[in-house]
Write a protein that binds this ligand. Structure first.
Ligand code: SIN
Ligand code: CO
Length: 383
C-alpha cells in the first residue's frame, strides 16, 4: 500500500505545524487486521493493552481496565460504548508493520510504533492531547474526529485516575473518517475520536521526540559511567584572595568547564544517542535463536546468497563517520562498520529485508556483524 498525497507539500505546510485531513490517502486501502485478531492480542500477557468503557455520560465516566484483557470480558460488555487500545501491534503483525513503510519520509529514529484501537459506536478515549505527532489512519468503520486548541502543560485537565482528559475541550472542526482516510495531528493539538459505527478501527502511526529533560538525564547517567572518581577539581596555581568568602571567576570557569567539556563531547554523545534511541521499547518480541549459529555454517549460508529480515520490534539506525565508514546502531548496540560492511549496514537500515551478495561471505567483519545481529535476535534468515 502506498500513500497518494503530496509528501513534500505536507512536510512544508503541516508536519509539526497544523492538522491535515487526507481523504482516501492510499492507492488501494485494505484493512490489515480483523477486530477478532486485535481482541486476541489484547488477551496476551506480553502485549500492552487497555479497555476503556463508558460507564455513564461524559469523559469523567470513562473507566480504564488494564490488559491483558480476559477473553470472556468481551462477551460481557453489553450496550455501553467501549474502546480497546493495543500498543505496538506492528511488533506482532507484519501486515500492520507494513503500514509504517509509507511514512518513512520521516526518519526511522523518530517513528515509535502503531497503536490500534477498536471502538463501538460512541466509544473513545475522550478529549486529550499528545506530545507526539500522529497519523490516525481509519481502517474499518467510521470515526468522528474533532480537533480543538493547541494545548500545553498549563492546559486544565479533568480529575481522572487513569486518563489525561482536557477539562475545556471545544471542537473547532470535525470530520467523519472512513476507511483509508487519514487525519494528521501535530503535537499538542487537542483531539477527540468517537466511534461513529460499530467495528471502528483506527491505526495510530505514532512518532517520538525526546524531551530535553529525558536527554540530559539519560546522557548524564551514561557520562557518569565513564568518569573516574579521581577526576577532580585541582588548583595548583591557587593565589590568596582579599576576601576568602568569594568564589573567584577562575574557579568557576574551571568548574563549569569540567561539566561542559564532559557533556560537550559530540563523539561520545553520538555513540550514546544511537544506542539510546535504538533500544527496543518491547524486548519481549525475542528472535534470539536457542543455539548460536557457528561461523562455518553462517559463511556457507551467506555464500548461497540468502536474505535477512529484521525483527519488527528491533530498531536500526546509522550515523555517517568520515569517508564511507558508519556507526550502526541496533537494539542499543553500536557497531563500527567500514567498507563493504558499512554498505551492508546502510542497506540493512534502508529496508526490512536485505539480500546478501555471496561475496560478503568472504568478509570476516561482515560475518562477525551478521553473526552478532543473528544471535541477539535483531535479524533472522528469511525462511
Ligand atoms: C484512538 O485511536 O482512539 C486514540 C488515538 C489518539 O487519540 O491518539
Ligand atoms: Co491522541
Amino acid at each position: 500500500m502506498q500513500l497518494n498525497f503530496d509528501i513534500d507539500g505536507f512536510l512544508r505546510d503541516h508536519w509539526q505545524k497544523k492538522p491535515r485531513l487526507i481523504r482516501n490517502a492510499w492507492t488501494r486501502w485494505a484493512n490489515p487486521l480483523e477486530p477478532d485478531e486485535l481482541a486476541g492480542l489484547a488477551c496476551e500477557e506480553d502485549v500492552e493493552s487497555r479497555l476503556i468503557v463508558a460507564t455513564g455520560v461524559g469523559p469523567e465516566a470513562l473507566k480504564v481496565e488494564a490488559g491483558p484483557i480476559p477473553q470472556a470480558r468481551f462477551g460481557k460488555l453489553g450496550k455501553r460504548p467501549w474502546t480497546l487500545l493495543v500498543n505496538a501491534v506492528d511488533h506482532h503483525v507484519p501486515e500492520v508493520a507494513a503500514l509504517i513503510a509509507p511514512f518513512r519520509f520521516v526518519p526511522d529514529w523518530r517513528i515509535d510504533d502503531v497503536m490500534v484501537s477498536y471502538a463501538t459506536e460512541g466509544g473513545g478515549v475522550g478529549p486529550h492531547f499528545d506530545q507526539y505527532d500522529v497519523f490516525l489512519v481509519q481502517g474499518l468503520g467510521k470515526r468522528r474526529w474533532q480537533i480543538g486548541a493547541m494545548c500545553d502543560g498549563a492546559s486544565e485537565l479533568l480529575p481522572h485516575d487513569d486518563l489525561r482528559l482536557l477539562a475545556n475541550f471545544k471542537a473547532t472542526d470535525e470530520w467523519v473518517l472512513e476507511p483509508g482516510d487519514i487525519l494528521y495531528v501535530p503535537p499538542g493539538l487537542a483531539h477527540n475520536g468517537i466511534g461513529a459505527s460499530d467495528d471502528c478501527m483506527t491505526y495510530s502511526v505514532g512518532f517520538r521526540a525526546p524531551a530535553r529533560s529525558e536527554l540530559i538525564a539519560h546522557y548524564v547517567d551514561d557520562a557518569l559511567g565513564r568518569l573516574a572518581d579521581d577526576d577532580r577539581y585541582a588548583d595548583p596555581d591557587l593565589r590568596r584572595l582579599d576576601n576568602p568568602g568569594e568564589i573567584p571567576a577562575e574557579a568557576l570557569d574551571r568548574l563549569h568547564a569540567m561539566v561542559t567539556e564532559t557533556l560537550g563531547d559530540r563523539d561520545a554523545f553520538v555513540r550514546w544517542f544511537g544506542g539510546y534511541v535504538s533500544t527496543p521499547k518491547y524486548p519481549e518480541v525475542d528472535w534470539a535463536p536457542e543455539e548460536a549459529i557457528e561461523v562455518g555454517a553462517l559463511r556457507g549460508m551467506l555464500a548461497d546468497g540468502v536474505a535477512l529480515v529484521r525483527n519488527p520490534a528491533s530498531r536500526f539506525s546509522f550515523v555517517r563517520q568520515g569517508g564511507s565508514d558508519v556507526l550502526l546502531f541496533v537494539d542499543g548496540e553500536c557497531f563500527e562498520c567500514r567498507g563493504e560492511t558499512a554498505a551492508f549496514a546502510e542497506r540493512l537500515c534502508a529496508g526490512d529485508r536485505v539480500e546478501i551478495a555471496p561475496r560478503l561471505s568472504g568478509s570476516d567483519a561482515a560475518l562477525a556483524l551478521i553473526g552478532t545481529l543473528l544471535s541477539q535476535g535483531s535479524i533472522a534468515f528469511e525462511d
